[in-house]
Design a protein around this ligand. Structure first.
Ligand SMILES: NC(=O)c1ccc[n+]([C@@H]2O[C@H](COP(=O)([O-])OP(=O)(O)OC[C@H]3O[C@@H](n4cnc5c(N)ncnc54)[C@H](O)[C@@H]3O)[C@@H](O)[C@H]2O)c1
Length: 303
């Protein structure tokens, strides 16, 4: 299949694009690295991506290359709850406007990245299912609800709600990335809030597997699917795990909690199992060790 992957200079998009090419698809990678939250990281990823590439700003460029693709996997956008406050204009542009244009230009199936943040906080008694009410609590989450609404109007579209993705190459603003870099440098770990927030942390290899399955699955138009690990772990528990992996007792530097950051996310992945044949396979202990190995290797690598 001809597959276009947008956001291919990014954390998830780069891995999806490579995996799709390894699976035998004819892949066009699309990104505008200057629009990334961390443009220098995106530029480095982009330059190193060994695939056919088109540098296109999806909010303004001619999107003709998307028309003839069998599948567009739309992962480009401006991620993150914390950085979305005060950046509403960029969020609207790179998430909502860019997605509207991608959904209009694509000729075939579209797989769209959404986020667990559309749910707000999960309860304590059961995991979140796709038909639970949405309660976005930040500009970022609200933009993903808007993207989902646009996506539901289009046939041959599937919405993936990713839950806290981690693993090698994780975005520099994300918690495990900041924790690992601090711990390896012997600095205290910067934690927003008291560490009691719980997340369905999901390894990027599992996320890539779900995304590839969604490219060719048969799903009713506009279906939303949770892509998340079913066992939530608190930030404190994750930090203990990180300490055990590194053989250190991490010191913590607390900062104020982030507005709009849910107390708990908790995925029910049964729809993904039924429609995509997908279940997450990677436990946090193994996945975190994998990410730390990547940080160690990047620290040691010559610039
Ligand atoms: N990482 C997570 O835990 C997570 C969780 C839920 C949802 N998501 C969603 O998954 C997708 C990928 O996330 P990520 O963590 O890989 O983010 P990322 O920032 O690493 O990648 C996003 C990419 O989109 C590109 N981009 C932004 N605006 C663009 C534009 N106008 N035109 C072309 N390219 C543009 C950026 O340059 C960047 O390379 C995003 O839509 C994000 O909202 C991620």
């Amino acid at each position: 299949m001809r597959v276009v992957v947008t956001g291919a200079a990014g954390f998830i998009g780069g891995r999806v694009a490579r995996a799709a090419a390894e699976a035998g698809h004819d892949v066009l990678a699309v990104d505008a690295p200057g629009r990334a939250l961390a443009p220098a990281t995106a530029r480095r990823n982009w330059d190193a991506l060994p695939l056919e590439k088109a540098e296109l700003d999806l909010a303004s460029a001619d999107l003709a290359p998307l028309t003839s693709a069998d599948v567009v996997v739309h992962l480009a956008g401006r991620p993150g709850i914390r950085s979305s406050w005060g950046a509403e204009e960029d969020i609207r542009r790179d998430n909502v406007l860019a997605s509207r244009r991608v959904l209009a230009a694509a000729g075939g199936r579209v797989v769209v990245a959404s986020s667990s943040s559309v749910y707000g906080s999960a309860g304590r008694d059961r995991p979140t299912r796709e038909d639970d009410p949405l309660a976005p609590a930040s500009p970022y989450a609200a933009s993903k609800v808007a993207v989902e609404r646009l996506a539901r109007r289009r046939p041959e579209t599937v919405i993936l709600r990713y839950f806290s993705v981690y693993g090698p190459g994780q975005r520099p603003d994300m918690a495990f990335h900041r924790f690992a870099e601090a711990a390896l440098a012997g600095r205290p770990l910067p934690v927003f809030g008291d560490g009691r927030k719980a997340r369905s942390f999901t390894h990027v290899d599992d996320v890539v597997a779900a995304t590839l399955a969604a490219m060719s699955a048969t799903t009713p138009a506009g279906t939303a699917i949770n892509v998340g690990h079913p066992e939530p772990v608190t930030v404190r528990e994750a930090i203990d795990l990180l300490g055990r992996i590194l053989g250190v007792r991490p010191e913590i530097e607390s900062a104020a909690p982030v507005a709009g950051d849910a107390d708990r996310t908790w995925a029910d992945p049964s729809r993904a199992r039924d429609l995509l044949g997908w279940t997450p396979r990677i436990a946090l202990a193994d996945g975190l060790a994998d990410q730390i190995a990547w940080h160690r290797a990047s620290t040691l690598a010559p610039a």
